[in-house]
Design a protein around this ligand. Structure first.
Ligand code: PLP
Length: 456
């Protein structure tokens, strides 16, 4: 076999890819027929594919490249760390400086008394940690029956058996024997799709109170924790009504249910604060982190844990850990990423410049005949595609058909947007500048026009 390099023609790369590389969330036949898009390099907010197309990345990779592509500082930190200490574990009472420094920095940045970090290699692993951690916490407090974790339908918390079970995506549960026992799902606060005749405020309260009802039905002595993203990302960037989170917080406090905020997408500036919990006014006991923690430059995730939970867990041995928990190279890269976010005021940029600018442009998309609602917080936004705005109607075609057409029209216009059913979502690198936002919105508008011409 000849060497596989950047210089091979696209068709050859695609054929080898289809023959040997199994992709997440992709149909094998589709790969063989159409081939995957081959991304070669990236800089700032722009990807270059194997055909030389320059594509604006409206998704920051997979909601993760918060500082944008091509930052030399991270390459240098990684190279230095690989030379000095490429690996050592954090099991059995050993540690190293990158893990100490990163944990300390996260304790400084995280709100309240979230002062302790358990590292993982990804968001999925971190949520698996959370399942074991909250159950162990209650068992160590003499309440082993408190093992049920309540989550939400249409939530995404990862793909492992544990995190996929926490997630509420039924098409995922249909494969591989999920959910694991003692996971319960309540409805999501998705007013646009499910709110009927109620106002968003009424609906937000009603959906939050489903948590109280579930606790009543399952038994207060059985429920360990509630997990949710401040704003659902992969579920379609669903921004809850303002009444939702205060009521959830009240219920968790009242029944002493641990609150896990999954900050894998919302964390590290996405919503205009360090964490989505701060934007939405949530006081979690545990936060799941990954993605923006290293801006995707190295695989790393973790759980940031309160003094109370860490104190209880630390009073015994937590028989849990990953080879790459606190990996020195990933930790060093993440720390450098946090330095850039902080010293370059990237979060202020989201809150004061890029976020408000994008919001203005985004909301203008709501005037498009294909668009029902267009909502955005910080730099995570969604638009609902609909054949009839007033009634918030669905298309007659199978859910996702129009969304897929729209996504393909975005690609044809050199823009990456993702579709979740018939919702289009956007989550660009946080360093995006107003002129780049203009181009992005122009391309999104063109894609919508083309999609409309095809489906009307
Ligand atoms: N939690 C949320 C909210 C996510 O969006 C994701 C991934 O998209 C995960 C957890 C899983 O993270 P990972 O893919 O790093 O395992």
């Amino acid at each position: 076999m000849s060497a596989i390099t950047n210089h091979l023609p696209t068709a050859e790369l695609q054929a080898l890819d289809a023959a040997h590389h199994m992709h997440p969330f992709t149909t094998g036949n589709e790969l063989a027929e159409k081939g995957a898009r081959v991304i070669m390099r990236a800089k700032g907010v722009t990807l270059t594919d194997s055909e030389g197309n320059e594509i604006l990345d409206g998704m920051a990779g997979l909601w993760c490249v918060n500082i944008g592509y091509g930052r030399e500082e991270l390459a240098e930190v990684a190279a230095r760390q690989i030379r000095e200490l490429p690996f050592y574990n954090t099991f059995f009472q050993t540690t190293h400086v990158p893990a100490i420094a990163l944990a300390s920095k996260l304790a400084e940045l995280a709100p309240g008394d979230l002062n302790h970090v358990f590292f993982a290699g990804s968001g999925s692993e971190a949520n698996d940690t959370n399942i074991r951690m909250v159950r162990t916490y209650w068992a160590m407090k003499g309440k082993p029956s408190k093992s049920i974790i309540i989550s939400r339908k249409n939530a995404y918390h990862g793909s492992s058996m544990g995190s996929g079970s926490l997630g509420g995506m039924t098409y995922m549960h249909a494969q591989g024997g999920m959910p694991i026992p003692d996971i319960h799902h309540i409805n999501q606060p998705h007013w646009w799709a499910e709110g009927g005749d109620s106002t968003p405020a009424e609906f937000g309260l009603a959906r939050a109170r489903e948590l109280e009802t579930a606790i009543g039905e399952l038994g207060e002595d059985r429920v360990a924790a509630f997990i949710a993203e401040p704003i659902q990302g992969a579920g379609g960037v669903i921004i809850p009504p303002e009444t939702y989170w205060p009521e959830i917080q009240r219920i968790c406090d009242k029944y002493e249910i641990l609150l896990i905020a999954d900050e894998v997408i919302c964390g590290f500036g996405r919503t205009g604060n360090w964490f989505g919990s701060q934007t939405l006014g949530i006081r979690p006991d545990i936060m799941t982190i990954a993605k923006g923690l290293s801006s995707g430059y190295a695989p790393i995730g973790g759980s940031i844990v309160s003094d109370e939970v860490a104190g209880v867990i630390g009073s015994g041995e937590f028989n849990h850990g990953y080879t790459y928990s606190g990996h020195p190279v990933a930790s060093a890269v993440a720390l450098e990423n946090l330095r850039i976010l902080e010293e370059e005021n990237v979060i202020d940029h989201v809150r004061d410049v890029a976020g408000p600018y994008m919001k203005e442009k985004w909301q203008a998309l709501a005037d498009h005949p294909l668009v029902g609602e267009a909502r955005i917080v910080g730099l995570m936004g969604s638009i609902a595609l609909t054949p009839h705005k007033e009634s918030r109607a669905k298309f007659a075609s199978d859910e996702g058909t129009v969304g897929l057409i729209c996504r393909e029209r975005c690609f044809a216009n050199n823009l990456v947007m993702r579709h979740v059913g018939d919702r289009m979502v956007m989550s660009p690198p946080l360093v995006i500048q107003p002129t780049e936002i203009d181009t992005m919105i122009d391309r999104a508008g063109r894609a919508l026009d083309e999609c409309y011409a095809e489906v009307k």
